[in-house]
Design a binder for this molecule. Structure first.
Ligand code: GLC
Length: 528
């Protein structure tokens, strides 16, 4: 047998049961979920209208990407007011309705918090750039040019080009890890910390259950702003150890509230030990840093097992793992691995130990849409050709009707075009099809709810399987569940001993094992 955890522990909530955030989180990209005003852009009332779908699907929580007032240079990741709602998405009242409805249905609500940078139109930055002696000057990272007039250091923006923009009015450069329209806040300034934590409290007071923290590891910079030794390379603003203090402070704010208030950070750090350090020593920082290791993994049984077991080994005692198959920054899973393998990918996501984050539309098998350069919306795509993220942000496909049920606007008036396959790949059509991706996702979510071992059991990798089959066992008390996943287009015989197939990715499977199982091409099974 392979790697086994000696001890495992599921984080508990106040009621003594597994905390809600150990379940499944569904990511909603608000522009693309449901439009109720007919302007071709989704809104908060649209999310509220679709909550019954999410409750019925069987997820535990939704995470909503930013809906704050924003000039939309980066579609909401450029915030100009942290304590309000952009009129495009509705109002604070609409948000309160959404939250109340979600809670009534037993769904938790996670919102995005963007601490690293604001919009350049945020009043704080407008003041900061107005004058070198403005009290808010130090809220952002301003520096003089080098004596030869060049930029303060060699840092690059994550979105291409230098990370410094010259401000002619005050004759200094300001730092932006992303667009020039997204100036970086100076987290070494205590007033900045107070103001940003006040925004957190504003939403906690309203009843929000948690926060997804945008580029969480960027908040603290090298105090000396030294050049990157490797160049070209992203700014040295990633992962400065002083960021840990920020998340310890955040954690104590969250823990000071009733219920289980939660934090998950967007942490793109490849080194597993450094990545895991964001749980905090004694688990006093983030509840979890997002684990993106499946996003770029080769679709290969050994590679996937290796990624899973690397994470299992890295998560500190008392910490809780998590897995992500897609989000609003990545090409969708269907395109990455091929439609025929997407079902196994979903079984993997929903049967591993840890929180699963499901990107809207992946449950029905939506794929990326090719966006012509003229129709391109994403600023990253315009600056770095080939990197555009519009393809995975197309409107949710609800039904085969006008605008796929997303909007009453004409298809040509939607903010992004519909996916090519929306007539077949949509919620309505798939709900009636026992062989659909949606039916499989629902069944997996239901199984996970029904069987404690799948939700909170230990993980044990199974050795001795064919090289292109990955299997693991999940155990809780006397419950023992096995998952076998095929990564090949051929059939593989697997000796299983006694066992009963509870669910297969192949809806036609009829045989039940009986000591061994012929695992079909790209088939996954859950065995009791
Ligand atoms: C994060 C977001 C991405 C955004 C960037 C800048 O990576 O997920 O969408 O563009 O931060 O805020």
């Amino acid at each position: 047998m392979g790697y086994e955890l000696d001890e495992y522990e599921v984080p508990l909530g106040e009621n003594g049961k597994a905390a809600w955030w150990t379940g499944v989180i569904y990511q909603v990209y608000p522009r693309s979920f449901q439009d109720t005003t007919g302007n071709g852009v989704g809104d908060l009332a649209g999310i509220t209208a679709r909550l019954p779908y999410l409750a019925d699907l069987g997820v535990d929580a939704l995470w909503i990407s930013p809906f704050y007032p924003s000039p939309m240079a980066d579609f909401g990741y450029d915030v100009s007011d942290y304590t309000n709602v952009d009129p495009l998405f509705g109002s604070l009242d609409d948000f309160d309705d959404l939250l109340a409805e979600a809670h009534r249905m037993g769904l938790h609500v996670v919102i995005d918090w963007v601490p690293n940078h604001t919009s350049d139109r945020h009043p704080w930055f407008v003041e900061s750039r107005s004058d070198r002696v403005n009290p808010r000057r130090d809220w952002y990272v301003w520096r003089d040019p080098k004596p030869d007039g060049s930029r303060p250091n060699n840092w690059l923006s994550m979105f291409g080009g230098p990370a410094w923009t010259w401000d002619a009015g005050t004759e200094q450069y300001y730092l932006h890890s992303f667009l020039a329209e997204q100036p970086d806040l100076n987290w070494r300034n205590e007033q900045v910390q107070e103001a940003m934590f006040a925004a957190i409290r504003f939403w906690l007071d309203r009843g929000v259950d948690g926060f997804r923290i945008d580029v969480a590891h960027f908040v603290m910079k090298d105090p000396a702003l030294r050049d990157n030794l490797q160049h070209p390379a992203p700014p040295r603003s990633k992962g400065h150890h002083d960021a840990h203090g920020v998340y310890r402070d955040l954690r104590s704010i969250l823990d000071g509230y009733d219920g289980e208030r939660f934090s998950v950070g967007e942490i793109h750090i490849d080194d597993p030990t450094e990545w895991a350090s964001y749980y905090g020593e004694g688990n006093d920082e983030l509840h979890m840093p997002f684990n993106f290791s499946l996003l770029n993994a080769p679709w290969d049984a050994t590679a996937i097992r290796d990624r899973v077991e690397t994470i299992e080994a890295a998560v500190p005692p008392g910490g809780w793992p998590n897995y992500v198959l897609g989000n609003h920054d990545e090409p969708r899973i269907t395109g990455r691995v091929g439609r025929e393998r997407t079902r196994v990918a979903m079984m993997l996501l929903l049967t591993l130990r840890g929180t699963a984050t499901l990107y809207y539309g992946d449950e029905i098998g939506m794929s990326d849409r090719e966006i012509s350069p003229q129709a391109q919306q994403d600023p990253l795509g315009s600056r770095v050709p080939g990197e555009g993220r519009d393809g995975c942000r197309t409107p949710m496909q609800w039904d085969p009707g006008v605008a796929a049920g997303f909007s009453s606007a004409l298809e040509t008036d939607l903010w992004l075009p519909l996916g090519d396959e929306f007539a077949m790949i949509n919620v309505a059509v798939e709900s009636d099809d026992p062989a659909s991706m949606l039916t499989l996702t629902r069944s997996l979510l239901a199984l996970r709810k029904r069987i404690p071992a799948l939700r909170s059991g230990s993980y044990l990798g199974i050795d001795g399987l064919p090289a292109d089959v990955y299997g693991y066992e999940r155990r809780s008390g006397s419950d023992r569940i096995r998952v076998l996943l095929s990564f090949t287009d051929e059939t593989r015989m697997v000796t299983t001993g006694p066992g009963r197939v509870l669910l297969s990715t192949d809806s036609d499977r009829t045989t039940d094992g009986g000591g061994s199982i012929a695992l079909g091409p790209n088939e996954g099974v859950v065995l009791a």
